[in-house]
Design a protein around this ligand. Structure first.
Ligand SMILES: [Zn+2]
Length: 276
């Protein structure tokens, strides 16, 4: 069993503030260690539960957050950005996937809730259903026949995961109070919870593959300003469907997720520092 761990940061142990996840800040340096602790707890549990290989794929921001010098030597990691499948790089070679340090989607309650970009994008809907990164990535994994076996994050992220990966193990590392506040469990406690859940994850999945989702996939993206929506229509097939909304439809999740990356890259490019 080869397991890919998609390691995001907003849902890591102790993280509640933008500075905690913003590369270069003092707080980010501190919370990289916390994220690495969550990763190592998952790696330890996955091997105990029967994994033959574990690959960590960095999924947050510059995708250079996990401290390789502290990584469990049994695992390897994909670090750095501009990967064809971004948060899901490595999924093609995996038999199971873990969503670690995940968070709820833009427009939802939850610690540091967002979808790809921290501002400018108000909601993503896939075939009419509001979708977090977790839901989108789970659909892509299912299309490739790979089950989600473990999700970690705040309590609302775990509730979200229950709707898109009901058979996956879930670990709540903090309880949301607001977008920037939570009651957090100590790292020594979350390490135990993550390790135990990771050990259960592969046996609990029992080698089952998820049902392949039916295409086509229609992505609707609400943005905070008209110029953002107009700007992203530069991508062929992406059309305005409202003043601040664009829609596109593609036959597979593989294509739709790659297009979503282009949409969010253009949102990032068109945002101004003060007026977004
Ligand atoms: Zn994320």
């Amino acid at each position: 069993m080869r397991v890919m761990v998609s390691a995001d940061m907003e849902g890591a142990t102790g993280v509640t503030a933008p500075a905690d996840v913003e590369p270069g800040t003092e707080q980010w340096q501190r919370f990289r260690r916390m994220l690495t602790g969550d990763v190592n707890a998952a790696v330890d549990g996955l091997f105990a539960g029967g994994a033959a290989d574990v690959v960590i794929n960095e999924a947050h921001s510059t995708q250079r957050n996990v401290l390789i010098e502290e990584l469990d030597p049994r695992a390897s990691m994909i670090t750095g950005r501009h990967k064809p499948l971004a948060m899901m790089q490595g999924i093609e070679d995996a038999d199971a996937v873990v969503f670690l340090g995940y968070h709820t989607g833009a427009g939802e309650r939850g610690v540091l809730a967002h979808t790809y970009v921290w501002s400018g994008l108000l909601e993503l809907r896939i075939n009419g259903v509001p979708a977090s990164e977790g839901r989108m990535n789970a659909l892509l994994a299912a299309e490739l026949g790979v089950p989600v076996v473990l999700v970690t994050g705040d309590d609302l992220t775990c509730a979200d995961a229950e709707t898109y990966a009901p058979d996956a193990e879930r670990v709540t590392v903090k309880f949301c109070i607001s977008r920037y506040a939570a009651r957090c469990l100590a790292p020594a406690r979350t390490a135990v919870l993550i390790r135990e859940a990771a050990e259960r994850a592969l046996p609990a999945a029992g080698g089952r593959t998820p049902p392949r989702p039916e295409g086509p996939f229609s992505f609707e993206v609400d943005m905070s300003a008209t110029h953002l929506a107009e700007f992203v229509t530069a991508i062929p097939g992406v059309e305005l469907s409202g003043r601040r909304t664009v829609t596109y439809t593609l036959p597979t999740m593989f294509e739709a997720v790659r297009c979503f990356r282009a949409v969010t890259a253009l949102i990032g490019a068109a945002k101004e520092a003060v007026f977004d």
